[in-house]
Design a protein around this ligand. Structure first.
Ligand code: NAG
Ligand code: NAG
Ligand code: NAG
Ligand code: NAG
Ligand code: NAG
Ligand code: NAG
Ligand code: ZN
Ligand code: ZN
Length: 554
């Protein structure tokens, strides 16, 4: 609501111009793998362009490629040439949610690299995790356009590439696009084959952007993580679950404890609805470039009333354990980089049993290896304090009310401690509340019945009446999946009727021999991943008439 004026400005400019205020808006609303991408201009972190999403909620019950941008903004802008390649395809685009990777900064001779990068990312987020169970509702495509230069621009200057991707500086933060109108025309030219455009910039390191176009890189450590987090925002329409963000909304957020909990049906103990006890005494999105002259440090106060604490931070440009020392009150926390991280960025979580004493504490980042200047960077740091296990259940799989602290230290609540990729980008899966939201959102745009096909059955030897064979084509869930999902309990129930009378012999059949007449089929899908379906999105209905002449013998 608060951000509505921005919506208006976002919708007004023609995409050709890409005016400064739109650019500022995009800069402010940059997202990158959780809490680490922020706005350099005003010094505090920003999350998603949630204003865009709020608008999407408000104005659109149906899919649109660009929530706030009328199609006409792209009138007259030609699409670049696109070479489409299927990556993961489950059915017709008319009844699927289609994600398309568009290439930026890939030369003609790097076409194969683009296909490999897009294939790896699509496979990472759909083969055994994240979108695995909903994959039959989705298609993933690659759309190749050669660029004249390789890579993404730096220092705010795009290269000569298809969509003009660039980093504002050299830091591993946001990657922006200079040619939204070209990206818009590209997606638009694909019609219903492009619901969620993803601009894949040919750069090996961390970077991305959420919003109208999801921007990512094929970074081995971070590409898939940023992608799935951004798709969580853009598809499910949920906000952050991490601390220090700006937007907390949707099925994973609860602001007012006097109102019903959105995930009440997922609570582990619904007779004991409580807030898990924790506090965030410090967060700093410092984006400090480290040097060997002076360590970077921050001092904060603890109340001294908590049993446990966590030091959470992200750094980049620091490939070796000997490059950096992280101390809390002069004690070396024993930081070691993620294996093979190289110069890329990564998030670290140092959990510590025992409470912090009441009073001031100092967290210090000391660069030990001067050769890492100027890449070495402390992106952000945060301290969390927790009660003991009886006050704060840290066990995975526990659903309760966990406090989340915004960049202004406003408290909202999330469903789990750290089960969700909307909180912890290093986790590959959504929490159950988000996952249920994903099902319901996708099923707003996909009906469980793809079609009914009619063919002529061989005439019955005993009678003169020719019959038709009806084949009910369902979205390939449950027994129709091409590969079963371990641990997922799901089923289809199929009920046929003729002239309003149920045909019990046909229950659960997807192929029936039908005499002329009008049939109705009702399909209900059940999955343990959806507990509440208020608008019956997990059902489908279709009528079908077999005419007298359908299968008359020639
Ligand atoms: C999915 O596969 C990847 C790559 O093989 C593996 O690293 C990951 O642990 C798997 N995830 C699950 C949930 O099995
Ligand atoms: C739920 O909480 C109540 C109240 O604290 C407790 O008595 C009960 O044992 C809990 N149930 C479970 C299943 O943990
Ligand atoms: C946030 O607010 C809580 C409670 O008022 C306070 O204890 C904590 O220190 C604050 N954290 C920050 C980073 O301001
Ligand atoms: C070195 O880093 C410290 C801590 O971030 C900073 O205060 C100082 O200005 C930096 N010095 C130089 C020369 O960049
Ligand atoms: C139809 O399938 C559903 C789901 O597997 C099952 O619960 C039901 O018993 C089946 N009905 C018949 C008549 O087979
Ligand atoms: C199917 O036919 C019934 C009865 O004529 C009608 O009420 C219903 O709206 C029809 N459903 C569809 C999906 O056309
Ligand atoms: Zn986010
Ligand atoms: Zn979640």
């Amino acid at each position: 609501m608060l951000l509505l004026p921005l919506l208006v400005t976002l919708a007004l400019p023609t995409a050709r111009a890409f005016p400064e205020h739109l650019s500022t808006f995009l800069h402010k609303n940059i997202e990158g793998a959780g809490k680490c991408v922020s706005d350099s201009h005003n010094g505090h972190v920003h999350g998603e362009p949630e204003s865009e999403m709020a608008a999407f909620f408000d104005v659109s019950q149906t899919r649109l490629a660009w929530p706030n941008t009328p199609q006409s903004d792209f009138d007259g802008v030609p699409s670049p040439p696109l070479e489409i390649q299927p990556l993961v395809v489950s059915g017709p685009s008319s009844n699927r949610v289609d994600l398309v990777f568009f290439s930026d900064g890939y030369l003609q001779e790097e076409r194969e690299k683009f296909i490999q990068d897009a294939t790896r990312l699509a496979s990472d987020i759909s083969s055994n995790q994240t979108f695995d169970t909903v994959k039959p509702l989705m298609n993933f495509w690659a759309a190749f356009t050669p660029s004249k230069e390789s890579g993404v621009g730096v220092g705010g200057k795009p290269k000569d590439t298809a969509f003009g991707l660039y980093r504002p500086g050299t830091e591993l933060r946001g990657v922006y696009y200079a040619k939204p109108e070209v990206a818009g025309a590209a997606c638009s030219s694909l019609g219903d084959q492009c619901d969620y455009p993803i601009l894949l910039g040919n750069d090996p390191l961390y970077g991305g952007l959420g919003g109208r176009f999801t921007v990512i890189t094929p970074s081995l450590a971070n590409g898939a993580s940023i992608l799935r987090h951004e798709l969580g925002h853009s598809i499910i329409k949920v906000g952050e679950e991490y601390d220090g963000g700006e937007g907390y909304f949707g099925v994973n957020a609860h602001a007012d404890l006097s109102t019903p909990v959105p995930w009440a049906h997922w609570l582990t103990n619904s007779t004991n609805v409580r807030v898990e006890r924790s506090v965030m005494p410090m967060q700093d999105y410092a984006w400090a470039l480290l040097n060997t002259t002076k360590p970077w440090s921050v001092t904060f106060e603890s109340s001294g009333t908590f049993a446990r604490h966590l030091v959470r931070f992200s750094v980049s440009g620091l490939p070796e354990a000997a490059d950096l020392q992280v101390d809390l009150d002069g004690t070396d926390l024993g930081w070691v980089p993620r294996a093979n991280i190289g110069l890329d960025r990564w998030h670290y979580n140092l959990y510590r049993e025992g409470g912090l004493s009441g009073g001031p504490h100092t967290l210090t980042f000391t660069l030990l290896n001067g050769a890492r200047v100027p890449a070495a960077q402390m992106c952000n740091a945060e301290i969390l304090e927790f009660g003991d296990e009886s006050e704060f259940v840290s066990t995975p799989g526990h659903y309760s009310l966990y406090p989340t602290f915004s960049f202004e230290n406003v408290t909202t609540y999330r469903p789990t401690n750290e089960d969700c990729l909307m909180r912890l980008v290093t986790t590959p899966n959504f929490c159950k509340a988000c996952l249920e939201g994903l099902w319901l959102k996708l099923l707003r745009d996909v009906t469980l019945i793809d079609t009914i096909d009619e063919s002529c059955a061989p005439p019955a030897s005993s009678g003169p009446t020719p019959t038709s064979t009806l084949t009910l084509r369902l979205v390939p869930l449950a027994q129709f999946r091409t590969s079963a999902v371990a641990g997922l309990d799901e089923s289809y129930t199929v009920t046929w009727s003729k002239d309003g009378v149920v045909l019990p012999a046909w229950t659960n059949k997807t192929q029936v021999d039908a005499a002329p007449g009008t049939y109705a089929v009702d399909v209900k899908y059940t999955t343990t991943e959806v507990r509440v379906d208020p608008t019956n999105l997990l059902t489908a209905h279709m009528n079908y008439t077999v005419s007298e002449s359908s299968c008359t013998r020639a």
